[in-house]
Every structure is written in C-alpha cells, then in structure tokens.
Write a protein that binds this ligand. Structure first.
Ligand code: MN
Length: 451
C-alpha cells in the first residue's frame, strides 16, 4: 500500500470522488476553515475532505476533515467499515516493524537555522477564544532518552513565534513520561512532528497500550508493510519518509509558557495553563507540500480517535470477559460494553477492565448482549430496568483521568464510575421481555393492512 497522503487522496478520487472537495476561493485561516467543515456537516449533512487551495498569508494549501467518515478510515485500512475494529486489533496483534530508507520526498526542501519560520505555515485559528493559531495534525515521533522505546502521539502545538510553539503533553501519558526522564537529566527531549500523513498512520499513532508498544509498528500493521522512516537532519530521530512536512524540534527542560485557552474534543474551550516549550530546529517538506489540519472537536477528530480507543478497550475486556460482544465510545470519557454474561460478577469485571485499560475513561456502562449499544435509547432502557444504583454503581475515587476534563478538580485528578446494567442474577432468570408471538409476527404482512 502506498503510504503517503497524496496516494490516499488519489484513491478517494477514484473510489469516492464526491468525498473530496477542492476549494479555490481564498479563505481566512482564522475560523473560516473550521467553520466551513462544521457548516458542511450541520447544514449540508456532508463531510467531504476539504482541500483549500488558497489560504490567506501562506503558500501552503490546507487539507482538513479527512477523518470525518468511517468509510474513509476503513478505506485507509483496506477493509469494509464493519471490519474496522477487527482490522485494527489485527494490526495491534501483528505489528510490522518499520524500516529505514535513505531517499525521502519529505526532504525535497530542507530549512534550518534562520530559514525556519513557523509563521510561513497556515496560521489556523479554530474556535473563538483560542489563544492563537494551532497545529492540530502534528504527529509526534520521539524516543525514550535512556532506552530503545519509541512513541508516537498527536500533540496540539500553539504557534508562538518563528521557531517556537507550546505543546500540550497529556499528563501521565507516554510522551510526558519521556519528557520527565529528559528533564530530570537537565536535557531537552528531541521530538519530530509529521504533518500530512496517510490516515493509516494517523490511526496507528492513536493506538492505546503499554508504553513499550511501538505505534510505528502498528502503523505498519495497518498499512500491511513496514512504515518507511528517514533520519532527521538535526537529531537521531526517525520520521515518515513520505510525510508532507516534518518539524524537527526539541522540548526544552525547565521552561514553561502559557498555553490555551483552546476548544477541544470535550466540547469545551478550556482555559490557559502553563505548558512545555518546543524549539523547532528544522522544517523539511515536499516541494508542493499539502498542510494538514484536523478540525478539532468536530467529526474529523472524533471518528479518528474513537476507533483505536474502542479496539483497545475491546482487547482489554476480552482478556477478562472472553464473551464480550461489543464496545462503543459514544461521548467523551464514556464507554458502553455489551457482554454475554456467563457467571455473576462479569459485568463488574468488565468495568474494572475498561477503567484499567484507558486513562481517559471515566464512565462505563455494561449491558447484556441483547441490548444494542449503538442505540442510546436501548442503553438507557437497560440502565432504567436492570440496574439498582445502590448495588450496581461502582465509584473509584482519586484516580487519574483526562487533564482536559473541565469537571476535574485539578488537571485530571478525578473519580470514575461504572454502571453494571446487566440483568441479575442472570438474563435467563430475569423477568422476560414482552414479545409478540413469533408465529403472529411472521404471518402478518403490512401490505395487507395498507389502504
Ligand atoms: Mn505510546
């Protein structure tokens, strides 16, 4: 499979031409890019990939909304939409290590020293109240300073000057841990950011698991071939050879800068906080590079992130409850799980598995397999009719969750809860559901009753 963004766009042009909309009219990077993506979704009920050819103040075209469709994400993995979770789990179980290459299109243009200027990039402001222009599609590539452990993640970067950004490192996650190790040694942490990537790379980057799991190999698993990496100009780091653009940088030790407010996936514009400082040492890019943006907090963002989260939660619950049937993340910090309960207590075990597997998860609802977790009304029905709150709600206090959850006391120090809405003692022994006799249902034909 070709592993660059533009081959994927060619695939879309061939398979789903209506899914890619090139816009030649000039747009203002302040609010208009996000606004047009959101208006297409809300007013036209369409979620095309948007390619803005002319963006005021920059020579780079901007691509956004790529991930706002499940069918497009499935196409990136080479499967049908209903096979996505299985395909993602397969990539986690059978990762393919990356390989190093020497020739790379991302090195067409190499800018170092005074030629580095982040202000030449599209200065995209997404929402009202945002503190400034943000890079939202930057995938970080970093190495643990004392070990051969690698990490990839999405990290939002706020442009602060020609060669400076702030970075939001999610508290207690892997890049934050790497940075803590470097900072304790008084060193900067080298990090490189790829912008403009094949969506299989975007999906692999969001894999959730142990710090030892190499997202680059999961990207390979999703691509079906080793991810091709090339060495950076200013560090030993390795970055995708076929990316549109790479920022080579380091996160400085013992320096902090105001970051935010910024409108996020939570649906809130969380306020300013002190965060780490990134110094950019080189920018490399393709000659006619496409600058990628993620319409943060909209479907482009939500669809991309839930697929890897759901796959990991499914994996974790299955390790505890082998008869798990389905997992869904319908809202921030929320997870629904359907299980075929074989023995009392498995509902609660599923809750424990979810809370143990994902830092962000705060609310887990477990139901029996006869409940369709893709219909919120059905989940509500199960909570209402199969749950006794004093018996079936579990609250875990003083745990770590998302530092973007505005309800937490301080930066993600939070309580978590699970609702066991399975029938007790068992579905078989429970009050039966009302039902129309099968024979009657099959005998009647609506045609006979229409005028
Ligand atoms: Mn990781």
């Amino acid at each position: 499979m070709a592993q660059d963004l533009r081959s994927y766009l060619d695939l879309i042009r061939r398979n789903k031409p209506e899914d890619l909309l090139a816009i030649s009219r000039e747009v203002d990077p302040a609010y208009e890019i996000t606004a047009i993506a959101a208006k297409f979704d809300q007013e036209a009920k369409r979620r095309p990939i948007l390619l803005f050819e002319k963006v005021r103040g920059s020579k780079f075209p901007v691509l956004t909304n790529l991930h706002a469709s499940r069918a497009r994400l499935a196409l990136a993995m080479g499967v049908e939409p209903q096979e996505m979770q299985r395909a993602y789990l397969r990539a986690m179980e059978k990762p393919i290590p990356p390989k190093i290459v020497s020739k790379a299109p991302v090195k067409d243009v190499i800018l170092t020293g005074d030629r580095v200027n982040l202000l030449d990039l599209p200065q995209i402001v997404h929402h009202e109240r945002d503190a400034g222009p943000y890079l939202t599609a930057a995938i970080s590539f970093a190495k643990e300073p004392t070990a051969d452990t690698w990490n990839c993640a999405y990290n939002r970067l706020m442009i602060k000057g020609r060669n400076t950004t702030s970075i939001h490192l999610t508290l207690a996650k892997h890049l934050w841990e790497f940075y803590r190790i470097a900072e304790a040694r008084g060193e900067a942490l080298p990090v490189a950011f790829a912008i403009g990537a094949h969506p299989a790379i975007a999906l692999g980057c969001l894999a959730i698991g142990s710090i030892d799991e190499d997202e680059r190999a999961i990207m390979g698993g999703l691509l079906g071939e080793p991810l091709e990496l090339v060495r950076c100009e200013t560090s030993e780091l390795l970055v995708p050879a076929h990316a549109e653009m790479v920022l080579e940088a380091e996160i400085l030790p013992h320096e902090r800068t105001p970051e935010g407010p910024f409108g996020e996936f939570t649906g809130y514009s969380l306020g300013e906080r002190q965060r780490q400082v990134v110094r950019v040492r080189a920018i490399t890019h393709r000659r006619d590079a496409i600058f990628q943006d993620i319409s943060v907090g909209h479907l482009d963002h939500m669809m991309l992130s839930t697929t890897p989260i759901e796959a990991n939660i499914y994996r974790a619950v299955r390790a505890m409850v082998p008869s798990v049937k389905a997992v869904r993340v319908p809202a921030p910090f929320t997870c629904y799980v359907a299980i075929e309960q074989r023995a009392p207590g498995q509902g609660k075990n599923a809750i424990l598995a979810v809370l143990g597997a994902d830092l962000y998860m705060k609310r887990v609802v477990v139901v029996d397999h006869d409940v369709d977790i893709f219909t919120d009304r059905a989940v509500n029905w199960a909570i209402a009719t199969r749950c006794q709150p004093d018996r079936d709600i579990t609250i875990v206090t003083n745990a770590r969750g998302s530092d973007l959850d505005p309800s937490t006391k301080e930066d993600g120090y939070t309580a978590k809860w699970g609702v066991d809405a399975t029938a007790k003692p068992s579905l078989e022994a429970y009050t039966p559901r009302h039902r129309i006799p099968k024979e009657v249902w099959q005998r009647l034909n609506l045609k006979d009753f229409l005028p």
